[in-house]
Design a protein around this ligand. Structure first.
Ligand SMILES: NC(=O)C1=CN([C@@H]2O[C@H](COP(=O)(O)OP(=O)(O)OC[C@H]3O[C@@H](n4cnc5c(N)ncnc54)[C@H](OP(=O)(O)O)[C@@H]3O)[C@@H](O)[C@H]2O)[C@@H](O)CC1
Ligand SMILES: Nc1ncnc2c1ncn2[C@@H]1O[C@H](COP(=O)(O)OP(=O)(O)O)[C@@H](O)[C@H]1O
Ligand SMILES: [K+]
Length: 494
């Protein structure tokens, strides 16, 4: 799904209304109703809900939520700005509806005192949404300050108030949500770590928006089940191992056989017809014992003509002279795009001329530290993304900027934000697994962008599924490999 600018959100809203022969007012009703349903499913009987409304359409959504809560006899109080000189028409319309039936529940922001903050069970923040421009004004700082003091559960509609859709901004004074109900379309600032602590858990609430054909966004798009379904190819029963390619994982060293092993085992579980482990002789016994399905090749016996294969290189490889020579040889001679991770990236960071040897459409998978080692220190995830975009375009490569919302940055300028995955992956070895998955998909002839997008999504989804039974803290990289079976079962059932 495209990640939209504010203007695009307004256009999509209009487009949806005209396509569905509906009105913007009905769209607001739909949005508010959908949020009410999420709330109702999650609140305990008797909970007191306080809804804080601004004067724009975000406030209008808040009024719809409040009206439905009151109609369902959930104790609810609505707070509004006393100054109503700048209200949107849709807000006015919603206000007259709720005032008609529930006038005694409507209050002014000033009525929300510190005594009341202590008695709130749930606070719904509908002060500002996508229309937020610049630093907080119009008395919003004071009310948000009080709201942030409350012990109640804090839920924002669409965005935490004070956070813009896409502009860089100071986070001073903005609402600190524990949950954000994202209405109908993703907004870029919700997906970056800088604002994560203000957005809390993101819950996407579909409201049936329709996107015009040909719509594009400079911010890119999200990877979700639908996009994955369009990439994934199921297997024919008449197929054989020769149909699914050979994946070569290169790495390992005396103290880090495990990194190569993880990549190899991940490749074995990701579908390539053959998986080869290429490492130093010291890794032979470990590899052959722990991954008997893989074929071990001593890196010293690795033939020059074997460059006609799909390689994932780097996990546990070390950055010594031999590794550098092997990497240089592969980059110079490889006929296909390669997957570069870990020490391969560190070697390129130390020997910048190697950048120019990387075959087109190769995939680099740096975590933020590796990224900065390669391309210099960056002050923010936004700055990193800008650099990734420039490099991807200039060198015609794919940069997978790893993190909670991993971004897959492509030579055509498109950016894919992955939405799967959780903190179970915040453990050494997770990246090696990703390298194995992506290399295996490339060996199966997925084009490199598809392999990167699908691989990153599968990897994250595996973490989500195994965490259900193992608990986030206990999951180790080997569990992520085992979890691939669950993900492929899901994909086969789609
Ligand atoms: N798009 C869709 O598909 C759908 C969108 N929907 C909903 O619409 C929401 C967007 O509504 P929106 O456009 O009315 O903007 P909104 O966030 O209410 O803010 C505007 C008001 O805030 C004010 N204001 C601005 N910045 C400020 C600041 N820093 N500090 C203080 N005040 C500030 C601004 O004042 P002004 O700039 O005029 O002085 C104006 O009064 C969206 O988030 C979603 O909830 C759904 O209903 C249906 C589908
Ligand atoms: N909190 C998180 N949420 C989602 N994914 C995460 C999180 N932390 C780490 N990951 C993912 O786990 C992997 C870690 O890679 P990396 O740091 O290279 O691990 P290693 O080098 O130890 O194998 C990346 O794919 C990253 O996106
Ligand atoms: K809000």
């Amino acid at each position: 799904m495209w990640i939209l600018s504010y203007q695009q959100l307004l256009d999509v809203e209009q487009f949806t209304a005209s396509q569905q022969s509906t009105t913007l007012s009905q769209l607001m009703e739909r949005a508010g109703r959908a949020c009410f349903e999420v709330l109702l499913r999650n609140i305990q009987p008797g909970c007191r809900v306080h809804v804080f409304c601004g004067s724009g359409n975000n406030g209008g959504d808040g009024l719809v939520v409040a009206r439905h809560l009151l109609e369902n006899e959930v104790p609810c109080f609505v707070y509004l700005n006393a100054d109503r000189t700048h209200c949107s028409d849709l807000f006015e319309e919603q206000l007259s509806l709720i005032q008609m039936d529930f006038p005694k529940f409507i209050m002014k922001w000033e009525d929300f005192t510190s005594e009341i903050t202590n008695s709130c069970d749930i606070l719904v923040d509908a002060l500002l949404g996508a229309g937020c421009t610049g630093p907080l004004r119009s008395g919003l700082q004071e009310i948000i300050f009080l709201m942030n003091q409350s012990q109640g559960i804090k839920v924002s509609l669409d965005l935490p108030s004070g956070l813009s859709v896409d502009a860089h901004m100071s986070v001073e004074g903005i609402f600190k949500a524990e949950y954000t109900l994202v209405l109908g379309a993703w907004k870029r600032n919700l997906l970056h770590p800088e604002y994560a602590e203000y957005c809390g858990t993101l819950i996407f609430v579909p409201i049936g928006l329709e996107f015009p054909e040909g719509l594009r966004s400079i911010y890119g798009c999200t990877v979700d089940t639908e996009s994955v379904r369009s990439i994934y190819r199921s297997r024919s029963n008449f197929s054989h191992k020769g149909d699914y390619g050979k994946s070569f994982l290169i790495g390992g060293s005396l103290s880090m056989c495990g990194a190569l092993l993880l990549a190899v085992r991940a490749s074995l579980r990701s579908g390539s017809g053959y998986t080869y482990a290429v490492g130093p002789d010291e890794c032979r016994v470990v590899l052959q014992t722990a991954a008997p399905e893989a074929i071990f090749l001593d890196k010293d016996d690795f033939e020059a003509d074997q460059v006609h294969q799909v390689f994932g290189i780097g996990p546990g490889m070390g950055t010594g002279a031999e590794s550098l020579a092997l990497l240089r040889h592969l980059l110079q001679n490889s006929c296909f795009p390669v997957v570069l991770d870990a020490d391969a990236l560190n070697l390129i960071g130390q020997n910048r001329e190697l950048m120019e040897l990387i075959p087109p459409m190769s995939i680099l998978t740096p975590h933020p530290k590796e990224f900065d080692r390669l391309f210099g220190l960056h002050a923010s995830s936004f700055a990193r993304l800008d650099t990734a975009l420039q490099i991807a375009k200039k060198n015609k490569i794919i940069v997978v900027v790893k993190g909670h919302r991993t971004q897959i940055v492509c030579p055509d300028g498109n950016i894919y934000y992955n939405l799967s995955g959780n903190a179970a992956l915040a453990k050494a070895g997770s990246g090696d697994v990703l390298t194995g998955v992506i290399t295996s998909l490339m060996a199966q002839n997925y084009d490199p962008i598809q392999a990167a997008v699908l691989g990153v999504w599968i990897h994250g989804r595996s973490a989500e599924l195994v965490s259900l039974t193992k608990g986030i803290e206990s999951v180790v990289a080997s569990d992520i490999i085992e979890g691939l079976c669950l993900v492929y079962s899901e994909l086969n059932a789609l």
